[in-house]
Design a protein around this ligand. Sequence first.
Ligand code: PMV
Length: 362
Amino acid sequence: MNTKIFVPRELKTDGIDEEVVKWRSPSNIALVKYWGKVGYQIPANPSISFTLKNSYTETEIKFVKKETANNFIDFKLLFEGKKNESFSSRVAKFLEDIKVYVPFLKLYSLEISTINSFPHSSGIASSASGFSALSACLVAFEKLINPELMNITAQKKVSFLSRLGSGSACRSVEGPLMIWGRHQNYRLSDNEVAVTPDLVLNDVFKGFQDTILLVDKGAKSVSSTVGHSLMDGHPFAKRRFEQANEHLAEMKEILQNGDLNRFAEIVENDALTLHAMMMTSTPSFILMKPNTLLVLEAIKEHREKSGLNMVFTLDAGANVHLLYPLSQKDKVMEFVKNDLVAYCENGHYICDELGTGIEEVN
Ligand code: PMV
């Protein structure tokens, strides 16, 4: 993709002195994971994810025209009503990195306020929802001053900017499924932006549920930036990248034919591979906690006994996402409450399901 299309040619800002935009963006959960980069925020392998609904970030930006245009990025940020140094410095770097695509930051100061629907210390990464909500606001404002920015390009630009903030964020823009990274079996798939895959999702996946078991609410022991970099020179990296491509190829069939047994095998294998890569990198990281293993064992055992189509997956942390069809919700939730809650920190879990991506908040 030629990313020059994201550089605005002319901006018409006359009469636009103060404007407020507000967008919501959800988190997403990868079925085939992105782990490892080449160059600047280009994935070493393609990934595919379900877009979530209830775990989201809501961001409001007030754009105020500067008295004189300058090259400084001027913003104030409140996270859940308070100043937040670490998030502010990530946003400062992000805005600096994307400057060429949002040249109107020379003309406007920003007052950003952002909240998450999920608790602050829940161990749920907010970078995907956070950067996509922020990017949605920037593009929404650009639409007011750039008459050339068409809807399709605008949607792609949200994904493109989000990716520059946090790779997986680019997959939160639409739903229920998004693929990011070039794969020969997926038409239009791209390294620069995530797209909706060209497939007809089988009905068994409609309304698919994701119960997020909060085994450990602490901060991750390794940042994703460090985690991705540990794939450089990793002895098993080449095979892992090939495997992810194979998983993507088969996943396209499964999502259409609804084979939930094979779905479980691939999704679980992919998540465990990510953890295996971290365990075998130098330095190594064990991201699961003892309770993570107890949850995985309990899921496997109960699946065997009950025949329920429960599937687990993990991101680069200790919490477990339990995916299952809507039709089995009552039975799975009974199992969660009776057997899994005991392994969750303070008994906490989050109920989520498939969603549709970013939306404007009025
Ligand atoms: O978006 P990042 O750079 O924080 O990477 C996160 C990658 C995983 O969540 C572990 C996997 C994925 O594809 O979402």
